[in-house]
Design a protein around this ligand. Structure first.
Ligand code: 5GP
Length: 199
């Protein structure tokens, strides 16, 4: 298999964000036409090849993501790695069973805190886990997922993010925890519908 170099996929994604992304109030980038509501499967499959290239040579036994918007993307990426996808569920009940790992996530887009859970059946100490998510902003979602993996005694291989809003603290915070983070597009600034990237 031949891989195109990383710059190709970065450009592909940046061009698509510029064409179809919409900057909303409150620092939210809407990419509903290809990631978050309608999913452009062929396009995400292209991006998945870049995650495969970036994590080539690493042993990965599972992909972990968070419901809801991470699931579709993670499944497409998993087809490159041929491993199962586990998604952390957002728990609506107060009672947390003891057969799950649990952690808290603060939602940047919804401005609320919720528990996330994953069954102990699906994260084991021998697992080597790649986290996949659509966005990285303040890092709370990623931190919650990292905490689940650590509680399970599993190994964190790294994270693959489609869009990192690099002007928010999440990326630095997670990298400072010693976790490898690979983002396919890194946004430097976003205002008046102008999106600028870090290249
Ligand atoms: P964090 O926990 O890093 O603050 O935010 C990550 C999560 O919030 C992602 O899973 C994503 O669902 C959502 N999110 C954060 N910023 C944005 C944004 O600008 N646009 C969209 N569509 N989702 C975002």
């Amino acid at each position: 298999m031949t891989f195109l170099n990383g710059g190709y996929y970065m450009k592909l994604l940046e061009d698509r964000i510029l064409k179809d992304g919409i900057v909303r109030e409150g620092n939210v980038l809407k990419v509903d036409s290809f990631v978050n509501h309608q999913i452009d499967v062929d396009f995400i499959a292209e991006l998945a090849k870049e995650f495969k290239r970036l994590y080539e040579g690493e042993e990965i036994t599972k992909i972990l993501t968070i419901e809801a918007s991470g699931i579709g993307i993670a499944c497409i990426v998993a087809q490159e790695f041929h491993v199962p996808v586990v998604f952390a569920k957002k728990n609506k009940t107060i009672n947390i069973a003891n057969d799950v790992y649990t952690s808290k996530v603060e939602s940047f887009t919804h401005k609320r805190t919720y528990d996330i859970i994953v069954s102990k059946d699906f994260l084991k100490p021998e697992d080597k886990v790649l986290i996949i998510d659509d966005f990285l902003a303040m890092g709370s979602a990623l931190q919650g997922l990292i905490s689940l993996i650590r509680d399970a005694g599993a190994t964190i291989v790294g994270a693959g993010i489609i869009i990192e809003k690099a002007y928010q603290q999440g990326g630095d915070m997670i990298r400072n925890m010693g976790v490898r983070v690979e983002s396919l597009a890194r946004i430097k600034s976003m205002d008046n519908n102008t999106v600028q990237f870090i290249n």
